[in-house]
Write a new protein. Structure first.
Length: 104
């Protein structure tokens, strides 16, 4: 572990997510540099925080598979967050808490 409390595996996971997010945004058309940077940051964050959540029920413990999953989650970026939220029915919870207001 280093001084900030990250292990080598954690750093590798963040790097894999970062490069995955770069691959993911290169396939999308972005209108400005700010949107591009935001997409890379969100893809990296998605990979960093969602990889352990997704790996646990799938019983993935091998570091090589974790890095692959992290790269994949980085590539998916916000689409990955939406997919996980949909599977966990988080949209239904949000809809119930917002009452009868519609976002359409």
């Amino acid at each position: 572990m280093n001084k900030v409390g990250l292990s080598v595996d954690d750093i590798q996971q963040i790097v894999a997510g970062f490069f995955g997010s770069i691959v993911g945004v290169s396939k999308q058309s972005h209108q400005n540099f700010g949107a591009l940077v935001l997409s890379v940051i969100s893809g990296t964050a998605s990979a960093t925080y969602l990889t352990p959540i997704i790996a646990a029920p799938l019983n993935i413990k091998d570091p090589k598979y974790m890095l692959g999953l992290s790269f994949f989650m980085g590539t998916l970026g916000l689409r990955g967050v939406e997919a996980v939220a949909s599977k966990l029915n988080l949209y239904a919870i949000k809809d119930k808490s917002s009452g009868s207001q519609s976002s359409d």
